[in-house]
Design a protein around this ligand. Structure first.
Ligand SMILES: Nc1nc2c(c(=O)[nH]1)N[C@H]1C(S)=C(S)[C@@H](COP(=O)(O)O)O[C@H]1N2
Ligand SMILES: [Mo]
Length: 378
């Protein structure tokens, strides 16, 4: 099937095939890990990380509901609310607007949840609900300019075409659409795109075809897929994923206040070795991983091979970027035989360092504390 620009959309031909079964350009790729099959929730096998750009067919998938069926002819992007003039654009009209391409890293706020003690409810992500890609689309700010934001506007709600009923308490009052808001200030930033391409390809249905938001620097829940409606408001949005799911406690005057999750926290993850891996004594082993932070470049990456007693700096594979992760490596001559706990910790340009301890204010989200990787040298 050809899309409007004549691109072959593989996924349009195979709408019911799980992503994990789709053809890949990399025969060594082990496939995505199925965390849930309906709705589809697929994790990137983090140990496979060997280049900074994740191809679309390897990119993790986080869906709350079934992928909506979109008819491109009747599809419109509508801008409503606290604006001068309502806007309704066809997909062809969106494609004609000036576009930009940016490398942006996106991490699900639940990534790493499986490492929480006690065991937390929710999708049991390990390290791989994160990815980085080159996204192409229209800056949200340009569309807000066309609509004319009125004085007194505070937020921009982004709503998707997917709908469903939340069946766990607190249950939703029937089917609701996935929606999330951004403060107007963030919505106007250059890193907030309405994207229709990833790595130069049209989006697949799983990743939001035909158009999705990509909110650079923020956890993934802000990057609303299957975007059809943008509502500018003069008061804070209190939707389900704004006030129930995807919230953490923030301390205000010492009191914990439920607050929507926003920017990604500074984090690094070790891709190799895997926990439990056996490493040969004597030969140098290359420890590899990635590090990122929201809205700030990561500048320092340290590795400990003795459970945090001593730390040494690792080497970066890419230059600093405020919105994209950097891969790193550390060449370790594993001398002593026996068990070792490997750790990595990143520091960003704002001076924030990854903590060693879990902060319980973050509920089951924003897992960025250092997670030791226990291996054995033989
Ligand atoms: N409409 C819609 N947008 C959505 C979601 C969703 O379920 N519906 N999931 C969000 C979450 S929680 C994440 S982490 C990202 C994941 O994007 P991806 O599936 O392309 O990796 O999409 C976000 N946008
Ligand atoms: Mo997410």
């Amino acid at each position: 099937m050809l899309d409007r620009r004549g691109f072959l959309t593989v996924s349009a031909l195979l709408p019911s095939l799980p992503l994990a079964m789709m053809a890949s350009d990399d025969p060594s790729f082990p496939g995505l890990i199925v965390r849930e099959s309906e709705p589809q929730n697929l994790e990137y096998p983090f140990a496979a990380l060997n280049k900074p750009v994740i191809p679309q067919e390897h990119f993790y998938v986080r869906n709350h509901f079934a992928v909506p069926t979109i008819d491109l002819d009747s599809w419109r992007l509508r801008i409503e609310g606290h604006i001068d003039k309502p806007v309704a654009l066809s997909f062809d009209e969106v494609l004609k607007l000036p576009a930009v391409t940016k490398m942006l890293t996106m991490e699900c706020a639940g990534n790493g949840r499986v490492y929480l003690v006690p065991k937390a409810k929710g999708v049991a992500w390990q390290l791989g609900a994160v990815g980085s890609a080159a996204w192409t689309g229209v800056p949200l700010n340009a569309l807000l300019g066309t609509a004319g934001v009125k004085a007194g506007a505070v937020e921009v709600i982004l709503a998707g075409a997917d709908r469903g009923t939340v069946n766990e308490d607190p249950k939703s009052p029937g089917p609701i659409a996935f929606a999330r808001s951004l403060p107007l200030e963030k919505a106007k930033k250059a890193e907030v795109l309405l994207a229709y391409q990833i790595n130069g390809e049209p989006l697949t249905p799983a990743h939001g075809y035909p158009l999705r938001a990509v909110v650079g620097g923020w956890y993934g829940m802000a990057s609303v897929k299957w975007l059809t409606k943008i509502i500018v408001t003069d008061r804070p949005f209190a939707g389900f994923w704004q006030t129930m799911d995807y919230t953490i406690f923030e301390r205000r005057h010492g009191l914990p206040v439920m607050s929507p999750i926003t920017a990604m926290l500074v984090k690094s993850s070790i891709a190799r070795p895997l926990a439990g891996e056996v490493v040969g004594a004597g030969s140098a082993y290359r420890i590899r991983g990635a590090a990122w932070s929201g809205e700030s470049p990561v500048l320092k990456i340290e590795v400990s091979t003795d459970a945090g007693k001593t730390w040494a700096e690792a080497k970066w594979d890419q230059g600093p970027d405020a919105f994209a992760w950097r891969l790193w490596h550390f060449d370790w001559p594993p001398a002593a035989k026996g068990k070792h706990a490997l750790m990595a910790r990143a520091t960003d340009a704002a001076g924030r360092t990854q903590p060693l301890q879990r902060d319980p204010d973050r509920r089951t989200y924003c897992v960025n504390h250092v997670i030791p990787v226990e291996i054995e040298v033989r």
